[in-house]
Structure formats: C-alpha cells, structure tokens
Ligand binder design. Sequence first.
Ligand SMILES: C[S@@+](CC[C@H](N)C(=O)[O-])C[C@H]1O[C@@H](n2cnc3c(N)ncnc32)[C@H](O)[C@@H]1O
Length: 232
Amino acid sequence: MRDRAAAAERTRRKPAIRDKYTLFAPFYDLLSGEYPVYHAGRVLGIDALAPTAGQQVLDIGCGTGLNFPLLQKRIGASGTIVGIDRSAGMLRQARRRARARGWENVILLQADMVLLDPGSIAARIQAGRGAAVSDAALATYSLSLMADREQAWTNMTGLLSADARVGVVDMQDPVGWARWLTPLARLACALGGSDITAAPWQAVEERCVDVLRASARGGHLQIRAGKMMHAG
Ligand SMILES: C[S@@+](CC[C@H](N)C(=O)[O-])C[C@H]1O[C@@H](n2cnc3c(N)ncnc32)[C@H](O)[C@@H]1O
C-alpha cells in the first residue's frame, strides 16, 4: 500500500517527462527512430492484437497517433479509436493526424493512466460518442514510462469488456548478435524516460490467455497480445 502511494507520488512528481514529451511532440515522429526501429514493433503488435471491423480500441499513451493508420485498416470507419495520453502536446499532434486523414472515429482524452478514474473516463468516452467499454487495448512503448504499471493496468482493464484483447509492445536490452547495440538501446530509452528493465509485457503473460509472442530488432522490441483471463 505504501509502495502504491509512493509510486503515485512519483507519478505526480514527473513533470520532467511530461514536459519532455510536450516540448518534443512536434518532432516526435521524425526523431523517435520510428523507421528503422520502432515501426516494426507496432506492426507486429497490431497483427497480434488483431482488432476487427467495428471494434473500439484503446490506445494507451497514444502519443502522436502513430498506431492510428494501422488500427484504422483493421477497425474501419465503423470502429473507434480511443487515444489516452497525459501530454497535451502529443495529443495535439494526434488530433492533427486524425483531422488531416479525415478520421471522425477517433476520441482523444488527456489523462494520466496511473491516476485516472475509469468511471469518469468511460463517461468522457461516451460523451465523445464511444462505448463505455472497449473491445481491445494496445500500449506501444508507453507502459515502461509509467511509475505504477500495476495501477495503470488496473485502470486500463476497468475500461475493457470482460473478453477484451490486450496488446503490449515495449523495449528491453537487445539479445544475441544484437547485444552490441545495448548502449544505443539504453540511450534511446533513457532519452524517452522509459525503464528498459520494466518488461511490462509480463502482465499479458500472467493475465491473458492465448498469448501471441513476437520480437524484433534483435530482441529489443518485445510484443505480446492475448485475451483477458476471466476473473473467478
Ligand atoms: C514513447 S511515447 C509512445 C507513444 C506512442 N504509443 C507510440 O507508440 O508512438 C510514450 C507516450 O506515453 C505517454 N505517457 C507516459 N506516461 C503516461 C501516463 N502515466 N499516462 C498517460 N500517458 C502517458 C507519453 O506522454 C507519451 O506520449
């Protein structure tokens, strides 16, 4: 309990990262290493999540919306993307992307995944003409930034249907032949504020069934997706 309170306090005291993303937002797509590194993870993650036409998908820590084009191909105009991010600057870029592409099925909400109240977020989603519960959730390169991943996971699942699918894509040290790239991978994570040792995909391993696994870029990118295990 004390650990949870300490983590919440750390989250409140993390303006440096929040500011970093807001400052960096206009250049994020260009400088984040999307091609040649991180795009591969989102492609594999969305393949493994496999959302279908008409579904509502939560994009946790959606950033500038780099997942949106791939998600739209799957869910179509009858589906909905709910992007949640705590950075106003990143959401501004996501909103621009949606407007430029003419997507009317994107709901963007500014909230901290660790601190939010699922009930009030569900009400905000409904106010944006979405459904109170979503069919799937995807977190690409975002959970490893969150100080209290357990609470973020609980809040996320509070917004999902009982049989929802969850996909997590995140980073670790490269392995095997790619180990020589470790300093570069660590530098990228440190610059972005990610904890490269966090392994947030373990939650999918532990709490989902029918788990699909993939990795890319010498093991630096880890991908997991599965169906939520029913409680009880
Ligand atoms: C490395 S970026 C990844 C963005 C996007 N998911 C992608 O794949 O390009 C991490 C994002 O997570 C967001 N983020 C970090 N901690 C968060 C939190 N506690 N709640 C909501 N968003 C958070 C940041 O604002 C940032 O936009």
